[in-house]
Design a protein around this ligand. Structure first.
Ligand SMILES: Nc1ncnc2c1ncn2[C@@H]1O[C@H](COP(=O)(O)OP(=O)(O)OP(=O)(O)O)[C@@H](O)[C@H]1O
Length: 204
């Protein structure tokens, strides 16, 4: 479903990671690990096609991927239901009651998104993944702002709906989602110029 071979990625023109390879079949997830600044976001953005790789190969069916970044990407002036309906329409997906239930949004469906709490906005942003109908998910710290209950809810969606339904996912996360997915520590793949790096941005 997703095959990555000898991939090198860059950020701001500088190589960040090199020689990353893995494959994912239907129903499988991979958790990316590594210290701040190692290149998890850069790798996910490259896999999702938002930036070109430096070298290497990414094989995935055309239009199969969906990327969820730290940003929720929701429109404040639309209701929760209108936001989800918009995404469903744009991606040719389906908005069902099950999506509202899976993300605990049933009671909030008619609320203006701009009036939601940070965690509720996050749940709305993540519910997008339930309507776009894309089989390959690239998730960048999906549980930021979520309380423990919501983290479990999201893990349940991933495991019981997305993966059980034949999808796959690459996830950068610092917390345990309880998915029993293999982990890929990116530390050994730091590009040569930054070897031993992976250092976070300095306070300048
Ligand atoms: N716009 C940019 N221009 C130049 N360098 C950048 C830019 N954005 C990020 N970087 C650098 O690229 C490297 C990889 O960043 P990236 O965001 O991919 O790391 P990360 O593993 O996702 O980090 P974190 O765990 O902190 O989210 C870091 O050294 C970072 O400072």
């Amino acid at each position: 479903m997703l095959s990555v071979e000898n991939l090198s990625v860059a950020r701001g023109g500088m190589p960040v990671l090199s020689g990353v390879s893995f494959t994912l079949a239907a129903g499988e997830a991979l958790v990316l690990r590594g210290p701040n600044g190692i290149g998890k976001t850069t790798l996910l953005r490259t896999l999702a096609g938002l930036q070109p790789p430096l070298s290497g190969r990414i094989e995935m069916a055309e239009g199969a991927g969906a990327y969820a970044s730290h940003a929720d990407g929701i429109k404040a002036q639309l209701t929760v239901a209108e936001n989800l309906a918009f995404w469903a329409e744009v991606h040719g997906g389906k908005l069902t009651d099950a999506v509202f239930e899976a993300f605990e949004l049933t009671e909030l469906r008619d609320r203006l998104a701009g009036t939601l709490s940070a965690g509720q906005k996050r749940r709305t942003g993540l519910a997008r993944l339930g309507v776009v109908g894309r089989p390959v998910l690239f998730l960048d710290e999906p549980t930021v702002s979520l309380d423990r209950f919501s983290v479990r809810m999201f893990a349940t969606f991933l495991r019981d709906t997305h993966l059980a339904g034949g999808g796959c996912a690459v996830i950068a996360t610092h917390i345990d989602l309880g998915l029993e997915a293999p982990e890929l520590d990116l530390t050994p793949y730091a590009a040569a110029w930054d070897a031993g790096g992976g250092a976070d941005e300095a306070f300048l």
